[in-house]
Ligand binder design. Structure first.
Ligand SMILES: [Zn+2]
Ligand SMILES: [Zn+2]
Length: 82
C-alpha cells in the first residue's frame, strides 16, 4: 500500500511532493529529526535535488540511523501516517 510508484501521482492517497516539503522533520522516539533531502532526482518519488521525499519513498535516508526510512527500525511517530 505504501510502495506506489509513478510520477503522475497527484491523486495518490498519501501526501504528494508539494505536501512533503511542508514536513521537514520526523518525530522519532519522541525527538525531532530534520529530514534528509534527496541528493539528486529521486527515482522512486520524483523529488528533485534538495527536495524532501514523499512519505513512504524507498530512497529516503533515515536522519537518525542513516539507513533507509522504509527499512530501519527507528521508532517513527508518523512515518506511515498519510
Ligand atoms: Zn524519493
Ligand atoms: Zn532509522
Amino acid at each position: 500500500m505504501m510502495t506506489q510508484t509513478g510520477t503522475n501521482s497527484s491523486r495518490r492517497r498519501c501526501a504528494g511532493l508539494e505536501e512533503a516539503q511542508r514536513h521537514a522533520e520526523y518525530l522519532i522516539g519522541g525527538r525531532r529529526y530534520e529530514r534528509i533531502p534527496s541528493g539528486g532526482a529521486c527515482a522512486d518519488c520524483g523529488a528533485g535535488p534538495g527536495k524532501l521525499h514523499v512519505a513512504g519513498c524507498e530512497e529516503e535516508i533515515c536522519p537518525r540511523c542513516g539507513g533507509l526510512v522504509i527499512a530501519c527500525d527507528c521508532a517513527y511517530g508518523a512515518r506511515r501516517a498519510c
